[in-house]
Design a protein around this ligand. Sequence first.
Ligand SMILES: Nc1ncnc2c1ncn2[C@@H]1O[C@H](COP(=O)(O)OP(=O)(O)OP(=O)(O)O)[C@@H](O)[C@H]1O
Length: 314
Amino acid sequence: MKNDEMKYYFIVNQFAGAEHSVAAWNTVQLILRQRKIPFEFTITEYAKHATKLAQKFAEDHESGWIIVAVGGDGTLLEVLDGIRHAKNHPALGYIPAGSGNDFARAVGISFKADESLNQLLNATESIALDVVKYSDYNSEITHYFTNNIGIGFDAQIVHQANTGRKTQLSKWHLESAAYISAIIKTFFKQDAFPLEIEIDGEKHKFDRAFLVSLTNIKYFGGGVGIAPKASLTDGKLDIVIAEQISFLKLIRLFSHVVFKGDHLTQPEIFFRTGSHIHAQSFKPEYGQVNGEDIPKQNFNIELSLEKQDFWFIK
Ligand SMILES: Nc1ncnc2c1ncn2[C@@H]1O[C@H](COP(=O)(O)OP(=O)(O)OP(=O)(O)O)[C@@H](O)[C@H]1O
C-alpha cells in the first residue's frame, strides 16, 4: 500500500502528558493542513472513550485507514484495546504525547510531534509487533496492552503518581525529586505477598513477592530499563520478579537497573521469558497496566501474545 493512499484517523487525549498533548496535537494538525493531507479526528471526552472510538471506527471503515493514538501509554493501550476487540484490526499509528512515553522510547518513535508525524506519514508498510492479551478471571474481561502489567511495588508507585496527577506535573521524570520520593515512600508501604506463576507450563511459587513485572518492552515507569533484552517480535513476555528485600539492597539493585542494566543477573531477581503465563496473587495488591491503575485485588490473570500491525518508520 502506498502511503499517499493511506487515510488517518486520530484519537486525541488532550489530558495526556499533563496536557502537553494539546501542543503536540496543534503541531500535528498544522502540518497536516499545510501539507493538505486529509485526516479525521476525535478528541476523547472521558477515560476509556478512546477504546470505544477505535473499535467503532475500525468496524465502520474498510482497509486503508490507520488509527492513530495521540497521547501517552494509557491512550495507546485504550486505542489498541478497541482495535483488537473490533472484527478487523487496522494498523495502529502513534504520536507520543504523554508523560512516560515508554512504548515510543522502546520502539524509537520521536517524542517531538513533528518528527513522530513524519515517522507516521513516511511509513510505506506496516510492522507486525507483539501485543499482549490478558484475561482477568475476576472480572471475566479480556484486554490488550503494548507495554507491561505490574503487580505490587511498581503498581503502587503508579497509583501514587496517578493519584497526584492533577498537581504533580513532574510525574515519571526519573530524575525528579517527586519520583524518587514516591519510590522511597512506596517501598515502606508495600508489603510482600504470595504469588504463583506458571510460565509455559513451568510452575513457580513465591511466598514474599514484592515487584512483579510482566513486560513486552524494555521500559516501565518512564524510562526505567526493567527488561533490557525485551523484544517486541520474539512472541514472548519478559517476567521480572523481586522478592522483598531490605532498603539498602533496593538502592543497590536500583543502581544496577539505572546505571548498569545488569540487574537480571543479581541473586534477588527472578527472570524468565515465556509466551503463555498464568499469575495469581493471594493478597489484595495494586496493579498497573501501561501506567494505568488497576484496582487493588487478588490477581488471577492469564497472558498470551498476538501480533498487531503498527504504522511508523524508525
Ligand atoms: N477526556 C478525558 N477526560 C479525562 N480523562 C481522560 C480523557 N481522555 C482520556 N483520559 C484518561 O487520561 C489518562 C492519561 O492518559 P495517558 O496515559 O495517555 O497520558 P499520561 O499518563 O500523561 O502518559 P504516560 O502513560 O505515557 O505516562 C488515561 O487514563 C485516560 O483514560
